[in-house]
Design a protein around this ligand. Structure first.
Ligand code: IPD
Length: 273
């Protein structure tokens, strides 16, 4: 089956812009908030509406395309990554920020064909930041090329990390131990509250590493391509190959800094997507 990726790219950009205007309109309004896996794993009707808009829009043009969406999964849909063209969607990454009105929130969407990422788009409509990448064609912020930093050592690297949306005591303990280890060895630690936007900060060279355990495919699929197309690397936090379904990600400006970090991290292995 032939997929016209140029056409898909134009179509998804149109839909993402449309969905972005919903986030922009609602971010400073009151929202009814529900919880999912725990008290800090939030969802609003707008997460669900944005995901529906994207899935309906794509399906009407490409009825045989498949989806892995954060909110469809929360509503019981099975996660299945096959060789078919599959869109992996986080309709609002940084839902907690969206709920509070903190402007670091975005749509993250990737198109995978034969399990290879062809398109990655991360759009923060509030700050008007559109990060885009296509396989083999570079990474861009609002149309201008971006590149990772030249950092090769942890001691002068700025690290993006998150506590995540679970309060499982075992995972929390691992994160806190890693925060201590990294605070002692790196330049600094930062958290934007959106896995996708953290990854974009590495892609544009403003930060040098992003690490997280417990994220899902929809948080990292687009960011992985954007970072690699910006000249960086994505690996498993223990040093092996990156696996979008593993719920583990370590992305960096260079393989040297990624591997240096993999050697010192305390590891955590969540259940796979
Ligand atoms: C979450 C955010 C958060 C990260 C979590 C994600 P959501 O996504 O990206 O920064 O730490 O692991 O689940 O729930 O806002 O889409």
């Amino acid at each position: 089956m032939f997929t016209n990726i140029d056409e898909c790219y134009i179509e998804i950009l149109r839909l993402v812009k449309q969905a972005g205007s919903i986030i922009n309109e609602k971010i400073h309004q009151h929202k009814d908030v529900l919880t999912k896996s725990c008290d800090v794993d939030l969802v609003t009707e707008w997460d669900q509406k944005v995901e529906k808009l994207l899935i309906n829009g794509i399906s009407s043009k490409y009825p045989d395309h498949k989806f892995i969406g954060e909110e469809s999964t929360a509503m019981g849909e099975k996660i299945e990554l096959t060789n078919a063209p599959t869109w992996i969607i986080d309709p609002i990454d940084g839902t907690m920020n969206f709920v509070h009105g903190l402007p670091h929130t975005c749509i993250s969407i990737a198109l995978l064909i034969n399990k290879t990422t062809e398109i990655g788009i991360i759009y923060n409509p509030v700050l008007e930041q559109l990060f885009t990448a296509r396989k083999g064609q570079g990474a861009f912020l609002n149309g201008a090329p971006i590149h990772v930093s030249d950092k090769k050592e942890l001691r002068n690297s700025l690290i993006m990390l998150e506590m995540g949306t679970s309060r499982d005591p075992e995972k929390l303990e691992v994160i806190l131990q890693n925060i201590r280890i990294l605070t002692e060895r790196a330049h600094g630690l930062r958290a934007l509250g959106s896995a996708a936007l953290n990854m974009c900060m590495v892609a544009l060279g403003g930060a040098d590493v992003y690490i997280e355990f417990g994220i899902h495919a929809w948080d990292i699929a687009a960011g992985d391509l954007i970072i690699r197309e910006a000249g960086g690397v994505s690996i498993d936090p223990a040093g092996g190959p990156f696996d979008v379904m593993s719920r583990r990600a370590l992305c960096a400006s260079s393989i040297e800094v990624a591997q240096e970090m993999a050697k010192i991290l305390i590891q955590y292995y969540p259940e796979r997507d």
